[in-house]
Ligand binder design. Structure first.
Ligand code: HSE
Length: 304
């Protein structure tokens, strides 16, 4: 058995408009853990934007891996972990779901838990509280999911979307817990029927890969965007500019504050260049869907 591994997990965007707490899309932006067994715990944040000041016992990777091992009556052995991330924290790009999925995979690896894909979908969605980001990080591609009251997840997995995605990341954080506080507790029946019809049409459009309709229904959310948009820098301006520049559609990425557009592949970098001029205070990245989901590879241990 190899003594050094790399766990790679894609980040994700959730909701895509009205697919609230259900639809997730993996993105080609990654969290990577390089893991070796060690005599004592060590977690090293390699990427500059990750905090340097933290306690191992509070670290999400450690706490979730330990909790997962204990759930299967195993004890987590000490590891040395180098963590790299392209996912900014609290921006709506699934950084916490990716960390949860990575931690479950870590426990699976070092404790020989033999978890099935279904186990990983259930565990990660239960911990996250909703299955949208977590299922996308486990499976890659696009996921349309439901989690029942016992925490069992049912997912329809759509692969090979023929489109690109552009994320507009502002330089402010917005915690999901804060962005959920502004949502109404209840909707009346007529409103709920319209909102769920839009979500149904979005899901069906993804299954059919009808990109014009995906864009249209991404922009028709009634569940969360009408209440959250006031928290999001330049939300309406990005919608309009992206549409004018040829995007199929634009929505809040998860709980925000990142905004995401789906665009035809051929617009690519030209679209991004235009948006960078228009929105200089955002970081704007061209991404694709990840096709693989969470993966583990053995890293050769080179002795020097
Ligand atoms: N579906 C979640 C929300 C995604 O919109 O609150 C963020 O975790």
């Amino acid at each position: 058995m190899s003594k050094k591994w790399q766990i790679t997990v894609p980040g994700s965007t959730a909701n895509l408009g009205p697919g609230f707490d259900s639809i997730g899309l993996s993105l080609s932006l990654y969290l990577e853990l390089t893991v070796t067994l060690a005599d004592q715990w060590e977690i090293i944040h390699v990427s500059e934007h990750l905090p340097q000041d933290f306690k191992i016992e509070d670290h999400l990777i450690f706490t979730i891996a330990k909790e997962t091992a204990e759930r299967y009556q195993k004890s987590l052995p000490p590891c040395r972990i180098e963590m790299r991330s392209e996912l900014p924290f609290a921006r709506g790009l699934g950084s916490s779901a990716a960390a949860i999925v990575a931690a479950i995979e870590l426990a699976n690896l070092v404790c020989d838990l033999n978890l099935t894909t279904q186990d990983k979908l259930n565990l990660s969605s239960q911990i996250e509280g909703h299955p949208d980001n977590a299922t996308a990080s486990v499976l890659g591609g696009l996921t349309i999911s439901q989690m029942d009251e016992e925490g069992n997840v049912d997912t329809i997995h759509v692969q090979d979307l023929d489109a690109s995605f552009v994320v507009f990341i502002p330089h402010v954080e917005l915690k999901t817990s804060e962005a959920r506080k502004v949502l109404p507790e209840q909707f009346d029946r007529g409103y709920a029927v319209r909102a769920s019809a839009n979500a149904n049409m979005l899901a069906a459009s993804f299954v059919l890969k009808d990109y014009e309709r995906i864009g249209r229904y991404m922009e028709s959310d009634l569940f969360h965007e009408p209440f959250r948009s006031k928290l999001i820098p330049q939300f309406d301006e990005i919608h309009c500019a992206a549409k004018e520049a040829g995007a199929y559609g634009t929505a809040l990425s998860g709980a925000g504050p990142t905004v995401i557009s789906i665009i035809p592949n051929n617009l690519g970098e030209a679209f991004v260049s235009k948006m960078k001029v228009r929105f200089p205070s955002h970081e704007i990245l061209l991404t694709k869907t990840d096709h693989k989901g969470v993966s583990v590879t053995a890293v050769p241990n080179i002795l020097t």
